[in-house]
Design a binder for this molecule. Sequence first.
Ligand code: SAM
Length: 258
Amino acid sequence: MSAPSTDAFADLSRLDAAARALHVQLTARDRNRFKQLGAMLVRENATMNLTAITDPAEVQTLHFADSLTVVPALDAYVRLIGGDVAMLSTVRVLDVGSGAGFPGLPLAIVRPRIAVTLLEATGKKVAFIRRVADDLGLDNVTALSGRAEEMAHHPTLREQMDIVLARAVARLPVLLEYCLPFVRLNGFVLAMKSGDLTDELRAGAHAAVELGGAIGPITPVPIPGLESHVLIRIDKTGETPAKYPRRPGIPTKRPLGI
Ligand code: SAM
């Protein structure tokens, strides 16, 4: 395959503005990697269903900038445990249901010392994430193929993650059954959400308690074009009972907390 053209992403002004608003500094290498990621996404999307968003300006806002909204919370966590975001870190982040790699890939680009694992059920999307990680030289990325309901019972993953992220995967009660079992005590889930969340939050609060968690602060996203977006933090306050997550499909069929 020929190298994808990065010309369509020559203008990164939307990404740059969002990064400034989030106090995330982008290096020249980061900006080149975003150009490569955008080019690969658009090119491979022509033969594979990766995303409905392909306009370069929209990719910057709705994929790149939206993904970076989790960075301030990650940096605050690293500082809280006495680390330095610029130094080698032992912090582990998991992105559940990554699709074409969002939010995990942008996060891995701007925080190359953080170990970012992306878990995705669809094999061809995992293959895309691996190609991106290889081509961009992101050696902090691991892409896993599988379902959260099964992977969360694996001893190398269960209660091993500092932070678990998810965007557009499931409603909160289902999402928490997927995500909270991976989180270590005093870590957290960051659910990237938008719209009216009243019902989700009510059911999610009950589900969280059952899974060893508690709903924490809800933070609005300070980026033009993402005004309705929020980050919901769910703190891991106790061990998740071994029976969770239930078998694949059961969390959706019989959501906790409803
Ligand atoms: N997070 C990405 C984004 O925001 O662009 C992808 C969102 S896409 C709507 C949801 C993705 O979650 C799909 O790629 C799907 O395969 C994956 N997914 C859904 N349920 C899952 C599960 N139980 N375990 C792993 N992946 C799952």
